[in-house]
Write a protein that binds this ligand. Structure first.
Ligand code: ATP
Length: 375
C-alpha cells in the first residue's frame, strides 16, 4: 500500500546538529542484570534490537522513567535523570511520546477525542505538531468519528502514534509497535512509520526483535544480548560487522542507502546508485535522486575473479575482500567486502574460497543474485 503524501508538513526537518541522547543505566533484577552506557544520535530512528529477554523493554522503560533504575539520562541537552545529583524527572513531565505493542486507546471516546486528549496535555504555546498534520501523516482522517472497537489493529496503532505525536514530544519511544499485527497489517503500517521518519525531525527509539523492521526503519542499531550492549553504531556499518551475532543469522546481510539514477520503462527496472556501484532492481518509475534503501543478503552474493557477462545475474560490483569469519555451517565462510566504500557480505563455501584463493586484499566481482527494495 502506498501511504501517499500528507497534506501538511508537521515539523520541518532541521539541518543543524543535534545533541546526542546519553543513556546510562544499571538494572538489577533477580536473575537479570542490565548495564548500558549509550550515546545515541539525537536524530532519526535508533533500533534497540536483540533476542527475547535481552533487556530492550527494560531499557526503554528506564528511558521513559516508567521505572526508576540507577542511571543518567540526557535528551536534547536536558537532564531527565542523574542519580548522582538527585535528579529524576517523572514520566509525565518528560517530553516523550510512547507507543506500546497494544494501542491503549480510550474505548469510550472517538478517535478524534482520543487525539484531543493527547493534544490537551500540552500548553498551546508548546504545541509543535498540528492536529491536521498528525492526522494526515498517519492517514486517519476518515477514522476520526469512529470508536476504537471499530478499528483494525493497524489503524489502532496509527491512532496511537498520532496521539503520541500530538503531545509534541522531543523523543518518541516505540516498544514493538507492530508485534501484535499479522504480516498484512504490518505491511500496511510500515509506510506510515517510514513517513514519520522522513518527515518529522523527531528522534525515535524503536524496540524490535524483527530484523525486517530494523532493516527498513533504523538509522542506528543498538544490539543487546543478556543485558549487555554488544554493539551500538550506524545501521549499515553495524549490520556489516562479522564479529556480531547478526552475521550468523540466516538472513545476515547489509543495507545500502542509495539514490535513484534512472528508470527504464521498457524493462521495468530502476537503477540505484550508491558509493562504489549501482544495481538494477525491478520497480516502477521513481523520480531520479529519490533515496531508496536496499537490502542485500550474504547468501545472495556470489564471487568471481572476472566479471561474468555471460550469465543472467544482472548486478555485479567490483570489490575487495576485507575479512573472513566462520558462517552458520562448517561448509561455509562469510566474507566482508568493500565495494568502493560500501560494505557487502558474501556467504560462500569454504571450497570456493580455497579454489578462488580468496583472502583479504583480493579483488573480486560481487555478483548480487537478489536485491530487496525496502522503501
Ligand atoms: N519488573 C521486573 N522484575 C524482575 N524481572 C524483570 C522485570 N521486568 C523484566 N524482567 C526480566 O528482565 C529480563 C529482560 O526483560 P525485557 O522485557 O527487558 O526483555 P526484552 O528484550 O524486551 O524481551 P522481549 O523481546 O521478549 O520483549 C527478562 O529476563 C525479564 O524476565
Amino acid at each position: 500500500m502506498n501511504a501517499g503524501r500528507p497534506e501538511a508538513q508537521a515539523v520541518a526537518r532541521a539541518a543543524e546538529p543535534r545533541a546526542p541522547i546519553e543513556a546510562c543505566f544499571e538494572v538489577d533484577y533477580a536473575g537479570f542484570r542490565l548495564q548500558a552506557d549509550l550515546a545515541l544520535p539525537g536524530r532519526g530512528v535508533t533500533a534497540l534490537f536483540g533476542p527475547s529477554g535481552s533487556g530492550k523493554t527494560t531499557l526503554l522503560r528506564a528511558i521513559a522513567g516508567l521505572e526508576h533504575h540507577r542511571g543518567r539520562l540526557v535528551v536534547g541537552g536536558d537532564c531527565w535523570q542523574d542519580d548522582a545529583r538527585g535528579i529524576f524527572v517523572p514520566t509525565h513531565k518528560r517530553s516523550i511520546g510512547v507507543v506500546f505493542q497494544e494501542a491503549s486507546l480510550f474505548e469510550h471516546l472517538t478517535v478524534r477525542a482520543n487525539l484531543d486528549f493527547g493534544r490537551r496535555r500540552i500548553a498551546a504555546a508548546e504545541r509543535r505538531v498540528d492536529f491536521d498534520a498528525a492526522v494526515a501523516l498517519m492517514g486517519i482522517g476518515h477514522l476520526l468519528e469512529r470508536k476504537p472497537a471499530r478499528l483494525s489493529g493497524g489503524e489502532r496503532q496509527r491512532v496511537a502514534v498520532a496521539r503520541a505525536l500530538l503531545t509534541s514530544p522531543r523523543l518518541l519511544l516505540m516498544d514493538e509497535p507492530l508485534a501484535a499485527l499479522d504480516q498484512a497489517r504490518k505491511r500496511e503500517i510500515l509506510p506510515y512509520l517510514e513517513r514519520l521518519h522522513a518527515e518529522l525531525d523527531l528522534p525515535m527509539l524503536y524496540v524490535s526483535h524483527a530484523p525486517d523492521e530494523v532493516a527498513r526503519l533504523a538509522d542506528h542499531l543498538v544490539l543487546l544480548d543478556a543485558g549487555r550492549v554488544v554493539a551500538s553504531g550506524p545501521l549499515a556499518e553495524t549490520m556489516a560487522r562479522l564479529d556480531l551475532p547478526t552475521a550468523q543469522a540466516e538472513d545476515a546481510g547489509v543495507v545500502i542507502d542509495g539514490r535513484v539514477l534512472a528508470h527504464d520503462p521498457h524493462y521495468g527496472l530502476v537503477t540505484i546508485a550508491f558509493p562504489g556501484g549501482s544495481v538494477q532492481v525491478a520497480h516502477g518509475a521513481e523520480p531520479a535522486g529519490r533515496r531508496l534503501r536496499l537490502q542485500v543478503r550474504a547468501r545472495d552474493v556470489s564471487l568471481a575473479l572476472t566479471p561474468q557477462t555471460d550469465g543472467s545475474i544482472l548486478n555485479r560490483v567490483a570489490a575487495v575482500v576485507v575479512a573472513e569469519a566462520p558462517a552458520d555451517t562448517p561448509a561455509h565462510v562469510l566474507l566482508r567486502l568493500d565495494a568502493g566504500g560500501t560494505p557487502l557480505l558474501a556467504r560462500i563455501t569454504r571450497l570456493s574460497r580455497d579454489q578462488l584463493q580468496l583472502a583479504p586484499g583480493r579483488e573480486v566481482w560481487a555478483q548480487i543474485k537478489a536485491v530487496a527494495l525496502l522503501a
